[in-house]
Each structure stands twice: as structure tokens, then as C-alpha cells.
Design a protein around this ligand. Structure first.
Ligand code: 5GP
Ligand code: 5GP
Length: 268
């Protein structure tokens, strides 16, 4: 009888331990904007530098505001811009919101010119922060992904300057341009050719994400010492976000004057 009760107690203790441990190690596997802080996530395995193609992203712009780089008219970006530097796990999942460090734009004030040029927001939306509020695109990327870059990157300034540096060292737009893959609203390019151009330049396989047949993002990956390596998703050609055999790189089309003029003052 007594040993039956102890066995029951032991099982209860074990169950509670297993449940609490797994609750603190839930990595994120699917993209969503519900950002929550998870404690004690294990150290990441590698970095993915996620680059977005404004020609594709800006096609979805319905109205304008001053912070949205799609609304800069002829000064809108025409090269891949930075989405974020993301610490990832080798199993395809990733940590997020690893510790509390509220984004402070003052810490990166000396980087503003580079950030506005190479890491602009292509949206008027205010993404959620890790602690229930709303913030800027940069704040979202730092809190959600940047805080998980420890011990390689330990503070906000280092996160942004490191990301700018590796972006500038790996000019994907230029690599594609030199291989003949330029923005066009009529051409379709073989996905294999685009991947090969990047393989030849950096000796790694990138991950390519499409919106229908248009390239939406290209991700290039790095070991913790920032030497290039293959991305885990590069082998996953069966995922719903993989691209068709022929893809496009849409040109940026400035929004019509009406959307700009009517909506510019409202920075919601
Ligand atoms: P989506 O569902 O649009 O692909 O992704 C939504 C968000 O989930 C991304 O903006 C990013 O914050 C996160 N995310 C998506 N894929 C990855 C990934 O492979 N690694 C990391 N670290 N985050 C990702
Ligand atoms: P992620 O997909 O990185 O977790 O979240 C991106 C969040 O930032 C979304 O809420 C999205 O609306 C917002 N956002 C603001 N600017 C941009 C941008 O330029 N690109 C992307 N992908 N999301 C942006």
C-alpha cells in the first residue's frame, strides 16, 4: 500500500518535471506575430540573414506612411534589404524573445543612415514586441531574434552593426545582377540558376522563399563565427513556401499619387 502511494507520488513528480521543462523549451516552428517570452531556451546553432525583395513586398502596399520605404517613390529601395538576422536551430526550429531587453532607438542612433537605407521597414504596421506592446520593425527584430543571439551578440548595438556588416559583405543583389538576374516584370528566371549564382559566389546553398512565383526572401546562413554555411531550409523543397521552377523578381512600381498624398500624414 505504502509503496503504491510512493510510486504514485514519484510519477506525479516526474510528470510535473517533464511538463515544466518542456514548457520552457518550446522553440518556434511556424511564423506568427504573437510574440511571447520563453525562458531558458537553449543556445542557437547558426545565423540566418533574411533578406527581403522590395519589388515583391511593396506590391502588397495599399496605403502609405512616412516610415514605409515602399512609399519613397523613386528613392524606394531597388536591392534586397534586410529583414533580420535570425538565430536558428539545426532541426528547423528557432528560439525567440530570449530575455527582456526593450528596444531603445537611441542606442543605434549612429547607425541610422545605414539602417534607413539597408534595413527599412516596408510596411506601415507596428509589429508586436515581446512584452505585449507594439513597436518598430527594428524593435521587433531585436527583441524577437536579437536577444537570442547570445553569447555571440550580447547587446542591441552589436546586433544592428553586425547585421549591417555581414549584409554589406554579401551583396546578393549584385551577385544576381552579374549572373543576369535583374528586376523585371516580364522575365521568369530558373530557380536553379539563381541558387547556383549564390552557391558560386558564397559556396553555400541559400533558402529562397516565394510569394506565388515571385521571390519574396533570400536567406543566407552563417556559422557562429560568420563563415557562410548552408541554410537548413535550403533542402526543404517540399514546404508550402518553396518556389516554383521559374520565378520572377518584380520591379518596384511606385504607388499611385493618390495613395501617397491621401495617406501620408497618417502614420498608423
Ligand atoms: P513567415 O510565417 O512570414 O515565414 O514568418 C513569420 C516570422 O516568423 C518571421 O518574420 C520570423 O520572425 C519568424 N521566422 C520564420 N521563419 C523563420 C526561421 O527560419 N528562423 C527564424 N529564426 N525565424 C523565422
Ligand atoms: P516577423 O515576420 O519578422 O516576425 O515580423 C515582422 C513584423 O514586422 C510583422 O508584424 C510585420 O507586419 C512587421 N513589419 C514591418 N515592416 C516589415 C518589413 O519590412 N518586412 C516584414 N516582413 N515585416 C515587417
Amino acid at each position: 500500500m505504502a509503496s503504491g502511494r510512493s510510486l504514485f507520488l514519484l510519477l506525479q513528480v516526474l510528470l510535473v518535471t517533464v511538463l515544466s521543462v518542456s514548457a520552457y523549451h518550446l522553440p518556434e516552428t511556424a511564423g506568427d506575430d504573437v510574440v511571447e517570452v520563453k525562458r531558458s531556451q537553449r543556445e542557437f546553432d547558426y545565423f540566418a540573414l533574411s533578406l527581403q525583395w522590395p519589388g515583391t513586398y511593396c506590391r502588397g502596399t495599399r496605403h502609405c506612411c512616412s516610415k514605409n520605404a515602399c512609399c519613397r517613390g523613386s528613392n524606394a529601395p531597388t536591392q534586397f534589404t534586410i529583414h533580420g538576422l535570425w538565430p536558428d536551430y539545426n532541426d528547423g526550429s528557432w528560439p525567440s524573445c530570449c530575455y527582456r531587453s526593450d528596444f531603445n532607438e537611441k542606442e543605434i542612433s549612429t547607425l541610422m543612415d545605414g539602417l534607413e537605407k539597408y534595413w527599412p521597414s516596408l510596411s506601415c504596421g507596428s509589429p508586436s514586441t515581446c512584452h505585449g506592446g507594439k513597436g518598430s520593425f527594428w524593435g521587433h527584430e531585436w527583441e524577437k531574434h536579437g536577444t537570442c543571439s547570445s553569447p555571440v551578440i550580447r547587446d542591441e548595438y552589436s546586433y544592428f552593426i553586425t547585421t549591417l556588416n555581414i549584409y554589406l559583405k554579401h551583396n546578393v543583389t549584385d551577385v544576381l545582377y552579374k549572373a543576369g538576374y535583374v528586376a523585371s516584370n516580364s522575365e521568369k528566371y530558373p530557380l536553379g540558376g539563381i541558387v547556383t549564382a549564390i552557391q558560386n559566389a558564397f559556396h553555400i546553398t541559400p533558402e529562397v522563399v516565394c510569394k506565388r512565383d515571385a521571390i519574396d526572401e533570400i536567406r543566407i546562413c552563417f556559422y557562429k563565427d560568420f563563415k557562410p554555411r548552408d541554410c537548413v531550409g535550403s533542402k526543404d523543397m517540399t514546404s508550402k513556401k518553396s518556389c516554383p521552377k521559374y520565378v520572377s523578381l518584380p520591379e518596384y512600381t511606385p504607388l499611385d499619387g493618390e495613395a501617397m498624398v491621401l495617406k501620408m500624414p497618417t502614420d498608423e
